[in-house]
Design a protein around this ligand. Structure first.
Ligand SMILES: Nc1ncnc2c1ncn2[C@@H]1O[C@H](COP(=O)(O)OP(=O)(O)OP(=O)(O)O)[C@@H](O)[C@H]1O
Length: 578
């Protein structure tokens, strides 16, 4: 390969010092990126052996992304169609040189610490199909990408973008998300293609599909009405109306904040004396463990017991979720409930709220964790957000009772899909591989994000992979590490968990890898339809994951990278076959 390309790649990587030395020994001047298969580099051998893809997902890269090394070297820029740097620790700004990578189809920078503006020069990448800058610290206005007519994915959630949403060519966009930024003003007409979840978390955005209606814009000075002789008087009246309205809103907000503070103080006081009150609550509510929840009209056993005990409604902590704003404990208790399952970790109930929303309450038994540690754990988990992880919406904790509230997922679990009554339905190989890649990515994100806190999933299995309303797989019940006696533990699908799969929290990450391996085996042992080579490759990954020795199991970043490579090879072969 061209020496210039090789040295640009090495220079590019040298700016991204690698913590665990995974790439450095492989990428060096004495080897060839294509013939020696540099990690993360894919070549197009049909066109004079040129570098077509760079996928360095989760390689612990730390440093800055210097686009000039990739995009200012003509022969590299002419062939590079994919740059994926998801899930690293890359910081700094993206230089305008990115626009010289004119052949780019995919630019994925999700889950890093990029900051500054997303440069306007991105809009010159006219071939771009997918742009993912989500989960970073980008700020400033979103660039105008309306000229990129083929763009079908734009993800920018969880940044600090400001100003209005510019015009996009929504007719081609299939995925669009700008939630959790600081955008303002009216949402452009998306042709009804995207729902609330694409825009949530921007308090100053308004208009469809958000519930808040945009305020009427003041008439322009040239409008006919303003030309009338009463115009100045009308304007004064209108603006003083706005001022009065603004004042009322401010007074209301101050009043509301004071009220909230007061109730928070109350909660703290209540929590301090909670232990004695809680004990009596639990004793009462424990009685219901013997009799199941009843669905329907009448009050549930749970509601009666808890109501009697006078449990403070404020003891339910609602996390930062737009889904259940203002959820009250009393509402949960009053709502009809249905027993979904009794697992080894506790009992699960489906709750139908008055609003029609379906929630799930997980009641964990005998978890020897202090209320304070539980709160810290829940808040930490709430900060590590990933689209394929089902977040808890709220939690309640007392000395012995821990409750967790989740959104009910109508589409069921992977376990049900693979082994349940619906197993006859079409569930092709591409979907299985996609699920494997997404679960591995999500778990990799969580392990990395929570590595300092030592929080693993602890009970990863196909019954805990739920499909959301878009049939995206989501890992549920993350972080509820209720460890059991490893000898007695087996998976519902018949795979035996080996002794040592879960023994201590230090080993819990490896237990997650084991759980993932079992899920991969479940995905593999379903119906055929895949290319044999791809299945064998995935099988090899699964076998590595379920190694009896926890130390011999790969890390999650390796697993995610291996599955991604398999998926990309499969995608490529499908494209070339087509
Ligand atoms: N949020 C949810 N929405 C819809 N179904 C759910 C949700 N959470 C769990 N389920 C399903 O409810 C059933 C019971 O869940 P539960 O967590 O009690 O079982 P389990 O995973 O076997 O138990 P444990 O986690 O204690 O080992 C499972 O089939 C699970 O897939």
């Amino acid at each position: 390969l061209d020496a210039g390309v090789k040295s640009s790649l090495i220079n590019f990587l040298s700016k991204l010092s690698n913590n665990n030395g995974l790439l450095d020994p492989v990428w060096n001047t004495t080897t060839d990126p294509c013939s020696d298969r540099w990690t993360g580099v894919t070549c197009d051998n049909r066109h004079n052996k040129s570098v077509s893809r760079l996928n360095l997902t989760r390689f612990n890269l730390y440093g800055s992304f210097d686009a000039s090394y990739l995009c200012n070297v003509q022969s590299l820029a002419d062939s590079l169609s994919v740059i994926i740097l998801d899930g690293n620790n890359i910081h700094g700004e993206i230089s305008a040189d990115i626009s010289n990578c004119t052949q780019l189809l995919r630019l994925h920078l999700s889950g890093n610490r990029f900051s500054g503006n997303l440069p306007g020069s991105v809009s010159m990448l006219s071939n771009l199909k997918r742009l993912d800058v989500s989960y970073n610290n980008f700020s400033g206005a979103l660039p105008d990408l309306s000229r990129i007519s083929g763009l079908n994915m734009f993800l920018a959630q969880y940044n600090q973008f400001t100003d209005k949403i510019p015009q996009f060519d929504f007719s081609n966009l299939q995925q669009f998300n700008v939630s959790y930024n600081d955008l303002s003003g009216p949402i452009p007409d998306t042709q009804g293609k995207f729902d609330l979840s694409s825009f949530f978390g921007n308090p100053r955005l308004c208009g469809d599909p958000l519930p808040n209606i945009c305020p009427l814009t003041p008439l322009s000075p040239n409008s006919e009405v303003n030309k009338s002789k009463h115009a100045p008087k009308n304007q004064i009246l209108m603006f003083s109306g706005y001022a009065v309205l603004g004042l009322v809103v401010i007074v209301f907000i101050i009043f509301w904040i004071c009220k909230r503070r007061k109730s928070e103080e109350k909660v703290e006081a209540v929590n301090k004396v909670a232990s004695s009150a809680d004990d009596s609550t639990i004793n009462k509510s424990k009685a219901l463990e013997s009799s199941d929840y009843k669905t329907g009209e009448s009050k549930t056993d749970f509601s009666m017991n808890s109501a009697e005990s006078g449990l403070p409604s404020s003891s339910l902590v609602v996390l930062t979720s737009p889904v259940v704003n203002g959820l009250k404990f009393g509402e949960l208790l009053r709502a009809p409930a249905e027993l979904l399952g009794r697992g080894k970790n506790g009992t699960l109930y489906k709750i139908v709220m008055e609003t029609g929303m379906n929630l799930v309450v997980k009641r964990i038994k005998d978890w020897a964790i202090s209320s304070n540690d539980f709160k810290v754990l829940m808040q930490r988990l709430d900060q590590a957000k990933h689209p394929n992880i089902l977040p808890a919406l709220a939690f309640y904790c007392s000395k012995q009772e821990k409750l967790l509230v989740y959104e009910f997922q109508e589409n069921g679990s992977l376990f049900r899909l693979l082994h349940g009554a619906e197993m006859g339905q079409v569930f092709d190989w591409a979907s299985r591989l996609d699920i494997a890649a997404k679960i591995a990515e999500a778990l990799s994100f969580m392990h990395q994000e929570l590595s300092e806190d030592g929080i693993a999933h602890g009970n990863l299995k196909s019954a805990n992979i739920l499909f959301n309303k878009n049939m995206e797989p989501c890992i549920s019940e993350y972080g509820l590490m209720v460890f059991d006696n490893p000898d007695s533990s087996s998976f519902a699908n018949g795979f035996k968990r080996p002794a040592g799969a879960i023994t201590a929290s230090s080993n819990a990450y490896k237990a997650d890898i084991y759980g993932l391996g079992v899920i991969l085996l479940e995905l593999l042992t379903g119906r055929p339809g895949a290319s044999e080579e791809t299945m064998v490759n995935l099988l090899q990954v699964a076998i590595k994951c379920v190694n009896r020795s926890p130390d011999a199991r790969p890390t999650i970043s390796h697993v995610a990278a291996m599955i991604n490579t398999i998926k990309e090879e499969e995608d490529r072969s499908i494209v070339s076959e087509a």
